[in-house]
Design a protein around this ligand. Sequence first.
Ligand code: GMT
Length: 372
Amino acid sequence: MKIGVTCYPTVGGSGTVATELGLEIARRGHEVHFICYALPYRLGRVPPGVTFHEVTVPTYPLFQYPPYALALASQMAEAVRTHGIELLHVHYAIPHAISAYLAREILGGGPKLVVTLHGTDITVVGADPSFLPIVRLGIERADAVTAVSQSLADETHERLGISKEIEVIPNFVDPDRCDRDFAAAHRRRLSPDGAPLLVHASNFRPVKRILDVLEIFRQVHKCVPCHLAMVGDGPDRPLAERFARDAGIAHRVEFLGNVSPIEGVVGAGDVFLLPSSEESFGLAALEAMACGVPVVASNAGGLPELVAHGEGGFVFPVGDTGAMAGCVIALLSDPRELARQKKLARSRAVENFSVAKVVDRYEDLYRRLLDR
Ligand code: GMT
């Protein structure tokens, strides 16, 4: 098969999933073309069978907002024409779904279109009236639409008022990316006194509620001295740094920025915190589980589909920092139970969300569409 993939190339779950999926599809002998405005951060060395097509957007004094969606559509059409791409798989609906639809219109037919919804493309920006009609059109004209959780599929039906079938294909992880020695080296640095280590990783946007992360840590640290590693960056970082200073916990909290590979730091932790108000899936939590780190999370969106309460993780109502802190304290105070939860986290990730199983489902979807 010849597959075109479009995603945001920046650090983030949708770009990670799109890139790892493309790479795995290429490993299975198919031809994969990434069509993006920059080389996806996770691509690294471009392997045989993978081609990168850079989308460039010309500037012009009239363009206060460079028309990226149009440049992308033209580049997609060109790549399809030149390389015989049979299927375009776009990740994150805005603006990729409508660009793919336009590309097919330019060609007068041709490639099958698959749109994978990742979360905020529906729950935050996609539901905004300025985007909703165009997102709805892009979804309705696709040959197949997938969502990373049942919760996101349901929200898409409700918020967009569409009845189109949405196939749920969860995100996935490669458990072999967890390197115990590398994680142990991070742990020695982040917890030189050997105290427990809590970890959070995100883009520090308001939906991640990173002040809740710090509040949970503050409560836990009062009972069980520990450390907190904050991985990632984003708009709420200054607020969080101020909170840590004001709460007198700054000396135990390290803001690390974006790190690569994320599994190094995440895998160094004892517990991973994700108290988000919106979370279609929570890929960072899955990465933690795969490294044997139990997750304490909110029950927002698709998180309860990933984190089974009591089986390598725990979920609580959004904003209930007291319950989340209580859960972490109980875990850290009971080494046998913590060790049991670490094992359960790893096995849940491996059994339900490993790359091989989930990519089979995408490959099967591509075949079904191309055989149609
Ligand atoms: O919109 C974001 O916050 C970023 C977006 C992304 O591109 O990573 O995150 C969403 O997609 C991820 C990959 O499917 C999911 O793991 C995240 O849960 C989802 N974020 C939200 O729903 C807030």
